[in-house]
Design a protein around this ligand. Structure first.
Ligand SMILES: [Zn+2]
Length: 148
């Protein structure tokens, strides 16, 4: 197993079954099992207990934001508004909601958005000016517009 790829490998369905069969009847510790499959311990736990991963992800969605703050990429604690049942922009229900923020100094300024609206919001925050500029260049000059 190459160094650096640990934990990033995904197991096939067959391997997951093998992993569970080894873990459950023989009580092999996860620490010993994980390297046999070329994955990290936390990845192995995820395969052994799917609800563990789901619960952890939900906790992170509610309590953390992954972004770059002061040049440091990472997971940051943040007090978010309570998570609603539906996307705050389009109202879509029964969908995964994520915290959209637009100011790294104020991670608590945010909206609960579905995936689709989140992509749109990021685009508007980061690229809208460029997009509108290119659009009007094409309208004014057709194929002769100045690429940026
Ligand atoms: Zn939405």
């Amino acid at each position: 197993m190459k160094k650096g790829s640990r934990g990033k490998r995904k197991l096939t369905e067959e391997e997951v079954i093998q992993l569970r069969q080894l873990y459950i009847p023989y009580k092999v510790p996860v620490r010993q099992l994980a390297p046999k499959f070329g994955i990290g311990v936390s990845a192995a736990r995820r395969y052994l207990n799917p609800t563990y991963y789901t619960q952890r992800r939900e906790w992170r969605t509610i309590n953390r934001v992954s972004t770059t703050v002061k040049g440091k990429r990472g997971s940051h604690k943040v007090e978010k508004r309570p998570k609603p049942q539906a996307c705050e922009v389009c109202g879509k229900q029964d969908t995964r909601l994520n915290w959209h923020h637009w100011n790294d100094e104020h991670l608590e300024w945010g909206l609960w958005l579905c995936n689709y609206c989140h992509i749109g919001a990021d685009f508007i925050d980061k690229r809208l000016d460029t997009y509108l500029q290119l659009r009007s260049q094409v309208e004014d000059n057709g194929h002769q517009y100045d690429p940026l």
